[in-house]
Design a protein around this ligand. Sequence first.
Ligand code: NAD
Ligand code: IPM
Ligand code: MN
Length: 357
Amino acid sequence: MPTQYTIAVIGGDGIGPEVVETAIPAIDAAARKSDASLAWERLPYGAEHYLETGETLPEKAFRHLRDDVHSILLGALGDPRVPGNEHARDILLGLRFKLDLYINFRPCTLLHADLCPLKPAAGNASRAIDFVIFRENTAGSYLGRGAAHHVGTPQEEQVAEEVHTAVKVERIIRAAFAWAEAHGKRRVTMSDKSNAIPAHRLWGRLFEQVGAEYSSIEQEHRYVDALAMELVRDPERFEVIVTSNLFGDILSDLGAELVGGLGVAASGNLHPGRAGLFEPVHGSAPPLVGTGQANPLAAVLSGGLMLADLGLEDGAGRILAAVRAALAEGVTTPDLGGHATTRDVGRFIEEHIAGAA
Ligand code: NAD
Ligand code: IPM
Ligand code: MN
């Protein structure tokens, strides 16, 4: 009997449902090859549901996601009909915070040389970009704490608080080092903006403290502005980057673009030992809805991260191999220069996995 896993699916808004539904048969095929079976449980939460019912993520659904499922697969949230984005705050940020998924794991790996927008590195025929961003996922600028004064007057002042606690900073730094060690990485880069924001000095102190336990791993610091520059100039030198919530958000779109764009950028929101939430880095891309042009690879690769997290490394490897094959054969959506539709790409991946030995 194959092991069965229950996966909650929140397609969400815009292209979210399209890319997730396209990815599901491919992820299923990979799980089957690993002698596992996935029971998909679709949940309706998103802008449409919010506009119809006033409900974002009800407490009962939250408890169900916390207690009864092995993983969550999410498409995207964001809809022009909800300009305040309050449903995304409750559903996406709400799940990250309330499930305490403190690691936002965002790999940036070049899966095909042609996807890199940079010139070949000096003396190198092709680029070999492969780093991962450990984005702190439960604090920083994302808590929504702050105040508003004199609204609507010339004296209006909007205050957004940025919160860094020792416990939260230490655990994400520790997660980055532990992952680096377990995966044979030699260098961890911590990024902050402590030259302008004194509160960020906490990151430096704890990086040094935790780093002392990992003497075999090279440790370096970069201010985030310089890191953004260096990621374009010499991305190959980075292996593991650990940073705050907001900087991780920004750097992960930059990192995505170095390896093909948002259409191929996957992520996992993790708390070791608990069910994770897996999602493409991209958003709901309203202009692409229904065009058949949304790239499903970010969702497929997020499914690969999910399988690895469930312990199905073989299935994760099959997904990666199938994605590489689609890229090599040019079965890609227009964002990657191809003429295939969302479904064509999904079908190729599924058949490649099902047909492989
Ligand atoms: P976006 O990621 O939706 O789109 C940015 C650009 O990337 C656009 O040019 C879009 O066409 C392209 N793109 C994105 N995904 C693609 C895919 N799968 N295939 C091909 N091209 C793709 O970001 P945005 O336009 O800034 O935001 C749109 C909405 O999505 C907003 O409401 C935003 O808040 C939300 N958003 C949600 C998430 C999430 O749910 N995790 C992430 C980012 C943005
Ligand atoms: C992401 C997104 C979200 C974030 C938005 C939609 C709140 O950009 O997952 O990268 O900033 O975390
Ligand atoms: Mn983002």
